[in-house]
Design a protein around this ligand. Sequence first.
Ligand SMILES: Nc1ncnc2c1ncn2[C@@H]1O[C@H](COP(=O)(O)OP(=O)(O)O)[C@@H](O)[C@H]1O
Ligand SMILES: N[C@@H](CC(=O)OP(=O)(O)O)C(=O)O
Length: 409
Amino acid sequence: MGIVVQKYGGTSVADKERIFRAAKRAISEYEKGNKVVVVVSAQGDTTDELIEKAKEINENPSKREMDVLLSTGEQISIALMAMAIEKLGYPVISLTGWQAGIKTDSHYSNARIIEIDTERLQRELDKRNIVVVAGFQGINKYDDITTLGRGGSDTTAVALAAALKADKCEIYTDVDGVYTADPRIVPNASKLKEISYDEMLELATLGAKVLHNRSVELAKKYNIPLVVRSSFNDNEGTIVKEVNSVEKLLVSGVACDKDIARVAVIGVENIPGKAFQIFSLLAKENINVDIILQSIGREKTKDISFTVSKSNLKQTLDVLTKNLHIIGAKDITYADNVAKVSIVGAGMVNNPGVAAMMFEALYDAGINIEMISTSEIKISVLIDEKDAEKAVRAIHDKFKLHLLNSNGK
Ligand SMILES: Nc1ncnc2c1ncn2[C@@H]1O[C@H](COP(=O)(O)OP(=O)(O)O)[C@@H](O)[C@H]1O
Ligand SMILES: N[C@@H](CC(=O)OP(=O)(O)O)C(=O)O
C-alpha cells in the first residue's frame, strides 16, 4: 500500500461535473489500496474574483486581510470535493491548511512552508479516509492564515508528498502536461515526455504557470518525481525529475512573463557602492529584483535599470523616491508595458549559437530588445508587452520546437 498525493487546479474543480471527475480519479487510487491525499485549488476564477471584491472595498488592503479572504476559495473546494466523495460512497474528510498542520513563515500573500505537522493527516489516513486538503494556505506562528503566492497549491501538494514520504505526486491541470511553450500562445507546441527539475524551475520562474516554482524547488530538494497531466483525459503527462536521467535539449521551452516592470535610476554618480545602496534598499523591503543593466550616462554618471514584478512596482518607486537624495541620483523612470520572454534548455551551455538564434528570431519579427540576461540554462529578453506573443511564436518557430516528438527528442 502506497501514499498518493493528487493536486487538482482551479479549472479541474470549476463545476460539479469536474469535481465528480476528480473525485472518481481519487477513488480509483483508493480502490487500489493506496492512502490518498487530494489537494485542491479554488474553483475557476474564484481567487481573481475575490481580489476584485477586495479592491471594491479598499484599493490597498493589508496582506494579512487579503490572505484571510483568498484562503476562503480553497475552503469551498475542499468541502465540495469531500461532499462529492461522500456521495460516491467513500470515507473522506476535508482539512484546511492549518488543520492539515501546514506551518508557514509570516510573509503574508507569499508565505513559505517551514514545517508540516502530519499527525492529523496520518491519523485520518490510518482511519482509511481519503483526505482532501486546501491548497495555497497555511498558518504562521501567530495563528494567522497565510497564503503561498499565486499558483501555490502545487507547492502544498509537493510539500505534503515530501512530509508523508508519498510514492506518487500527481499534478492534474487543464493541459496534457508541460509543453515547449504555453499551448494557448503556440497551438502547435510539443508536449515534453520529461523535463529536469532545473529546467522546469526556470520555466516556472520565468512565467510558465503550469507549475508553481517553489513546488519544483521542493520536488528537487526531496527528489520527488512530479507527474503533470490533464484531469480531463487519460493521456500520459510529463514527468519532472532528476537531470541525469533526462536528455539535455538545446532548448526545451519558451516562457513569457507579463507581470514585470522596468525601473531606471538615472544619473547616478559613477563611484563604487551605488548599486549596493540601491539594491540593499530594495532588499530591506523584500523586493525581488530580476534583470539588471548598468550603462554609462552623461557627465560621469551612470544609469541603473532593473526589473521587478508589477505588484512590487509601487513599493519600489516609493522607496527609491524617498531615498533619491541618499542615492544621489537625478531621476527615476519606469515602464510597466514590458514583458520578459525567455528560452530554457540544459543543452545551451555548450552551444554558443543559441543566443544569436534567439535574437535573429526577434530581429526577423521586427521586435526590439530592451534588456538581456543569461544564465547557464536560460536567456531572457525584455521587450514591449504588445510583442510578447509574437516573440514567443517567432522563437518557438526558429528552434523548430513544434518538431520535438512526444519523447521530447
Ligand atoms: N510550458 C507550458 N506548458 C503547459 N502549460 C503552460 C505552459 N506555460 C504556460 N502554461 C499554462 O498553464 C496553464 C495551467 O496552469 P494553471 O492555469 O495555473 O492551472 P491550474 O489551475 O490547474 O493550476 C495552462 O492552461 C497553460 O495555459
Ligand atoms: N487559487 C490560488 C492557488 C492556486 O494554486 O491555484 P491554481 O492551482 O488553480 O493555479 C490561485 O489562483 O493562485
